[in-house]
Design a protein around this ligand. Structure first.
Ligand SMILES: NC(=O)c1ccc[n+]([C@@H]2O[C@H](COP(=O)([O-])OP(=O)(O)OC[C@H]3O[C@@H](n4cnc5c(N)ncnc54)[C@H](OP(=O)(O)O)[C@@H]3O)[C@@H](O)[C@H]2O)c1
Length: 308
């Protein structure tokens, strides 16, 4: 079958031939892939920078997507860490790691939105007890996941959402999605009294924001939940030890591992429903899978979705 094939961590995938998939386990099924998103996680696994990279080549990237099963029903499926991902004409899914979709869904929209939407949805639902009326600061709010986080925090009843980033014009556009305020990382002190931080950047910007925020916090005994979700600005962050002592700061992470597969699966139908119903603004760009090598490093505000 035709697929995107990675042969080394330092080279983009090439469109070529890959052996057709075979279902082995009791719950496995060969499916037709309709749409699969080029998420940061996909790039990071293929270039070896993600903690779940296996280093096994050849590798077909793609961690999730919309598929047609053998009964012609549509499903959203998440794959395990194996070498055959979704950037192919066919894939093998574990039916237990998939959710049925209505037959009138837009596969590209679902494939674009599920991974970015899941990031804040799971963090707020499964890593803390988020309550209506709480306030949220989003670090790295201008990306696909941050844009979703603005909308999802509001959906879950956030009273105040502050969007932080480095690009003023992209930040300004977040007001129409529900952001109450926008700030640079250095201006995080303006959100000093938030209850929750959703952190997509880590690295230097997070450390800068954490120090500014803690210093300016009026009630340092009030709980501050800092949820580490992405590391687009650096895998490590020079967090000053004082911030951990000077405020009631609790840092945790949210991702595959810290949220169990069962918990993820329990949330997927509601996320898919919200996306399908048009309740979340989604920016998606369908691209033929044959153009994977060119599209791999493209700079775009839209989430690229490969269509075999
Ligand atoms: N744990 C999870 O469940 C989960 C799920 C989804 C995503 N993530 C992670 O979250 C992160 C963001 O993902 P995404 O889907 O939003 O990616 P994306 O759509 O490609 O957006 C990238 C974002 O990162 C910002 N950025 C890039 N380099 C930066 C830097 N050096 N300093 C500050 N900001 C920088 C960009 O800001 P500009 O607008 O200024 O360019 C943009 O807002 C990634 O690390 C991804 O792996 C985690």
């Amino acid at each position: 079958m035709r697929a995107a094939v990675v042969n080394a961590f330092d080279a983009p995938p090439q469109y070529g031939e890959y052996p057709g998939p075979v279902a082995r386990g009791e719950h496995e099924m060969v499916v037709e892939v309709l749409a699969a998103g080029l998420h940061q996680l996909v790039r990071a696994r293929a270039n070896g920078t993600h903690y779940s990279s296996t280093g096994t080549f050849p590798l077909v990237p793609g961690v999730d997507g919309v598929v047609r099963d053998q009964e012609s029903n549509l499903r959203y499926a998440v794959l395990d860490d194996g070498p055959l991902g979704m950037f192919a004409e066919q894939a093998v899914i574990d039916v237990r790691r998939s959710v049925p979709l209505p037959n009138d869904v837009d596969p590209v929209r679902i494939a674009a939105a599920m991974n970015p939407a899941m990031s804040s949805w799971l963090a707020l639902r499964r890593r803390i007890t988020f309550e209506k009326g709480q306030s949220v600061l989003i670090l790295g709010a201008t990306g696909s996941s941050g844009r979703m986080a603005v909308q999802i925090a509001k959906r879950f009843g956030a009273d105040r959402v502050v969007a932080a980033g480095r690009n003023a014009s992209r930040l300004a556009a977040l007001h129409e999605l529900g952001a109450d305020e926008t700030v640079t990382f250095e201006q995080a002190d303006r959100a000093a009294d938030v209850d929750v931080v959703l952190d997509y950047v880590w690295g230097e910007p997070s450390a800068v924001a954490m120090t500014a925020l803690v210093k300016a916090r009026r009630d340092r005994g009030a709980p501050l939940h800092w949820i580490q979700i992405g590391s687009i600005a650096g895998q490590t962050s020079p967090v000053h030890s004082a911030v951990l002592r000077a405020a009631r700061l609790q840092i945790c992470g949210s991702g595959v591992g810290s949220v169990s597969p069962r918990e993820i699966l329990e949330e997927l139908p509601d996320i898919a429903e919200a996306v399908h119903a048009g309740e979340l603004d989604v920016r998606a760009r369908p691209v033929p899978l044959a153009q994977v090598a060119e599209a791999w490093s493209a700079q775009t505000d839209d989430r690229i979705v490969f269509v075999p």
